[in-house]
Write a protein that binds this ligand. Sequence first.
Ligand SMILES: NC(=O)CC[C@H](N)C(=O)O
Length: 281
Amino acid sequence: MAAPLTVGVLALQGAFHEHMQHLTLLPAPAGYSHVAAVAVRSAEALAQCHALVIPGGESTAIALAAQRASLLEPLRAWVRDGRPTWGTCAGMILLAREAAGGKRGGQHLLGGIDVRVGRNGFGTQVSQLRAVECCGPAPFPGVFIRAPIVESLLLPSDISAVPPGSATLTPGAQRISVAPPLEAEGAPRARRPPLEVLATLATLPGASAPAPKSERAPASLDIPNRPPHDAQIVALRQGRLLATSFHPELTTDGRLHAYFLRVCVLGSDADVGMPPLDADE
Ligand SMILES: NC(=O)CC[C@H](N)C(=O)O
């Protein structure tokens, strides 16, 4: 008899219940009995999952609760192993390699997606998004609640700036938290899957939003759907990792949940641009 496809939702704080409701409404993928959504509050629960969703909420609170539940390192290992993971809003912050505007003293990140986000870059707003690659031509309702803004797409070479084993760095007054390197200490640097921009906001979202920052990645870097320079990136994928600054779980639109399952979870390594396992840089 077919078994369920189990998608964990990190259930420490934030909108985890809403994600679970969306996931259980998805049709059964071929070869599985149904999609089972489970609340993840321990490393044991995480180990039972095929995929993970990190909800919106408060990234500092989620990271602190994960640390207290001894989940930070299992989550980092999960991301390092290239397991399918989707972070919405606060979840996007946790999956980012760098986060600006973090709390004093730095905050814990998991890393995995090679971007720098700025916390609280958006206010509260609903914007119609074009996300043709993942959702088709009809606009997606983008619900933003003090959401992170993607400030920079980072180059793999920037990783060397992070001392091995460091949890966070807070250089100067800018307060930039940095995820620890994905690789174990002394291990060769992993080849990174390409970043794919999935949705942008064409115009600045309001007076309180920061001006678009310059990207560090040169034009020659191969980034599919590279947006115009002044567009705000609000959804992107790197391999099996997906990040959205808005909250699809707070809408009735299930297209992004379906996309996560179809591409990040069930897609082949070739579909998601994962480098071959034996690749070294
Ligand atoms: N809606 C959200 O998830 C907000 C994220 C929040 N501003 C943070 O920094 O974690």
